[in-house]
Ligand binder design. Sequence first.
Ligand code: ADP
Ligand code: MG
Length: 308
Amino acid sequence: MLTEFSIIDKFFKNTPKNPETRLGIGDDCALLSIPQGYELAITTDTMVEAVHFFPNVNPAQLGHKLLAVNLSDLAAMGATPIAVTLALTMPHIDENWLTEFSRGFLKLAQFYNVDLIGGDTTTGPLTLTVQAIGLAPWRQSLKRSTAKTGDLIYMTGLLGEAGLGLKILQGYDCDAENALVRFHEPMPRIEIGFALREIASSCIDISDGLASDLGHILKQSGVGATLDFDKLPLSDDVKNYIESTGDVLMPIISGDDYELCFTIPPRFANRAPKNCTAIGIIESELGLRLKKSGQIEILTAKGYEHFS
Ligand code: ADP
Ligand code: MG
């Protein structure tokens, strides 16, 4: 029978690689040092079985996604991840599950040079919590509250891929492999987030959907925006989905893409990173609008709010 300590030894051992990690797993606390000129960016996200993931999900992909969604929050602040803690609550000890889960988790951690420095292991309904810690140069983090009228709105990658992946899992018939990969194994946009610190006026990661997440920037910045539907970066699979279902808003209101949505003052537009698309503009008129086929509709986090 595996105990908490043998579980950690067997599945979660990792040698700290960052110079900031002075002490990793094994003591009452881990110890991190903060280099001069930096501040810590700290975030946490929990995933509960049947709430945030399907009970039959591939555990390696679950390990990847759990870490990815936390690292995505650091990316959205322009922070570089250095360390994470992992709190595992499991109904029973399933060695195969732990082998796969830890493989997916640690593979992504290694990719971004993130140390697993501690955690907790308890019994109960399957619940996974990560706390991620990153370094951000002093006072240079990207916030939600600092978008300005006239700024251009950009996003990384493609919109609605994960949403399409979810539709496929729910029965929509199509063989869009990329959509399933984006749903199960999103990649946090760490490098782009870091590069954005010098040019972006605000940033958020798209976890709940573009309309909802951009809405947070708008609300906290006290501004509004218009998105241009024709400029949204949609894959052929998503375009086909829209054509065959008429579900125009799916990419805008579905979550889980973990792309970055950010604003750039026009004078920095020529410095926008590659693989990013300008999708709209920040305006002084409050609210979120969508321009499509010459018409302007008002958008809410859940969809259209037609003019009355
Ligand atoms: P304590 O009783 O002081 O909370 P624990 O017995 O819970 O310590 O944990 C022992 C060590 O193992 C600690 O360093 C803790 O951070 C680490 N740890 C526990 N669970 C995990 C986990 N799931 N992943 C990584 N480290 C863990
Ligand atoms: Mg403990």
